[in-house]
Design a protein around this ligand. Structure first.
Ligand SMILES: [Zn+2]
Length: 157
């Protein structure tokens, strides 16, 4: 999965993602993805999700699009670093219009820097969930994101 672009809007951040392998487009293609996701971010189990059949994300996660997992990872990282848990995201796609494997993830934010930082960290975290390897340092990421929030906005240093 690759982040193709990130656009900051007035109240949302829009991310365009590309999942190269059609076989690896869903979380169900490898049972260890969900185990790694819950080990890394246990809070994902409590996420609500606005899917068609009203299932909680803890069930949805077993078989959903990888970019939808990414959306929830961003929201979890934002929440862990102080953003309201009521912030919502949305994952959509139109392969005919955009090409196969291209997804749009739209994220509401309360702090744009925290949201952008969470997008970057989430891309690395999801890569780990998909492929394993070195376990990311969640605590360090949360601390870095929380520090971004403390920065006065509009005054780059
Ligand atoms: Zn969802």
């Amino acid at each position: 999965m690759h982040v193709r672009s990130v656009t900051v809007g007035a109240d949302r951040v829009d991310v365009v993602l590309n999942v190269e392998s059609a076989a690896a487009m869903r979380t169900s293609h490898d049972g260890s993805i969900v185990a790694r996701a819950f080990d890394l971010l246990p809070g994902l189990a409590d996420h609500r999700c606005a899917n068609d059949d009203g299932r909680p994300f803890s069930e949805e996660i077993a078989d959903t699009e990888v970019p939808h997992l990414f959306e929830h990872v961003v929201l979890e990282l934002m929440a862990r670093s102080g953003s309201p848990r009521t912030l919502k995201g949305e994952t959509t796609w139109d392969f005919r219009r955009d090409g196969p494997g291209v997804f749009h993830v739209s994220l509401a934010y309360d702090n744009d820097l925290v949201c952008l930082g969470a997008v970057k960290a989430a891309a690395r975290f999801v890569e780990y969930m998909l492929s394993g390897g070195d376990v990311p340092d969640v605590r360090a990421e949360i601390e870095a994101l929380t520090a971004l929030r403390a920065r006065p906005s509009g005054r780059p240093t």
